[in-house]
Design a protein around this ligand. Structure first.
Ligand SMILES: Nc1nc2c(ncn2[C@@H]2O[C@H](COP(=O)(O)OP(=O)(O)O)[C@@H](O)[C@H]2O)c(=O)[nH]1
Ligand SMILES: [Mg+2]
Length: 255
């Protein structure tokens, strides 16, 4: 048996291995907790637990660093990491990027939480900045909608309704109805913490570090970068402006 021939033939079975992110396209790697409705039920406060969100922010920070992204956004049990069109990590191999995102998220969250948790992964491609703004506006709007729904659902459950009853009570109801439902019970949705309604962002920021040369005591300054977290995000048009600034800062500096 010719070992090289066998290896070549078998490698053909790795059919998707050659799949790459479209050259010149923006990409977002998104991971989502698997079965987290159940996973969170016994372990975290409902509908929102600051500890759970902190674990998600920590996981998002690791993904942003390891995947060499420019921006990460997390709401509920999902994380999106934005890669620039010129990103070249793993030669833009889709299998590698998607599987690694899910693996990193699962390992980081599990390690921080102390209980096994699993994430799935997928990739989104966008042709231009406009598409990127739309993507993040979409995820934020989804988070906001789920936040209102979650608050209503758990408020009814805590009043003694069964899962089926609470779901039926809210089925097909407009936003105004849900806001009013909470308001009647002394909860003003618009005054709940912003991270619950809009999610959190993780980004790179530059800072100046002052150092002293031990040889001659001279002072010098260097620019470093570190991760910043924003849990008070703006919405809609203001969020678009916010994102535009993030994208402008992410442009590689001319040499
Ligand atoms: N208890 C609790 N659950 C949360 C929190 N954030 C997200 N979740 C849960 O995570 C789930 C995420 O939704 P989804 O991905 O559609 O559900 P999955 O398919 O079960 O993972 C929601 O149903 C929430 O129940 C939190 O802060 N506390
Ligand atoms: Mg999930």
């Amino acid at each position: 048996m010719d070992a090289d021939e066998l290896a070549g033939r078998m490698r053909q079975g790795e059919w998707f291995h050659s799949l790459r992110l479209l050259p010149g396209a923006w990409a977002v790697l998104r991971v989502d907790g698997r079965g987290f409705s159940r996973f969170t039920q016994e372990r975290f406060e409902k509908p929102f637990d600051p500890l759970f969100h902190r674990l998600m922010v920590r996981t998002a920070s690791t993904l942003l660093e390891e995947l060499q992204g420019v921006y990460a956004y997390t709401q509920s049990d999902e994380i999106s990491v934005l890669l620039r069109p010129d990103a070249s990590l793993f030669d833009r191999e889709v299998e590698k990027l998607v599987s690694l995102s899910a693996g990193l998220a699962s390992a980081t969250f599990t390690h921080a939480a102390g209980v096994p948790a699993v994430f799935d992964g997928r990739v989104w491609l966008g042709a231009d900045e406009r598409a990127v703004l739309d993507y993040f506006t979409w995820r934020q709007a989804d988070g906001s909608r789920c936040s209102l729904q979650g608050w209503c659902y758990w408020t009814l459950r805590k009043e003694g309704l069964s899962a089926a009853q609470a779901t039926r009570e809210l089925d097909g109801k407009p936003v105004a109805f849900k806001n009013e439902l909470l308001f009647q019970r002394g909860i003003n949705f618009n005054e709940l913490p912003l991270w619950q309604r809009r999610g959190s962002a993780i980004f790179w920021e530059r800072y100046v570090k002052e150092g002293v040369d031990p040889r001659d005591g001279s002072r010098h300054q260097t620019t470093r970068r570190r991760l910043g977290v924003d849990s008070e995000l703006p919405m809609k048009e203001a969020y678009e402006r916010y994102l535009r600034a993030v994208l402008a800062r992410s442009t590689p500096e001319p040499r």
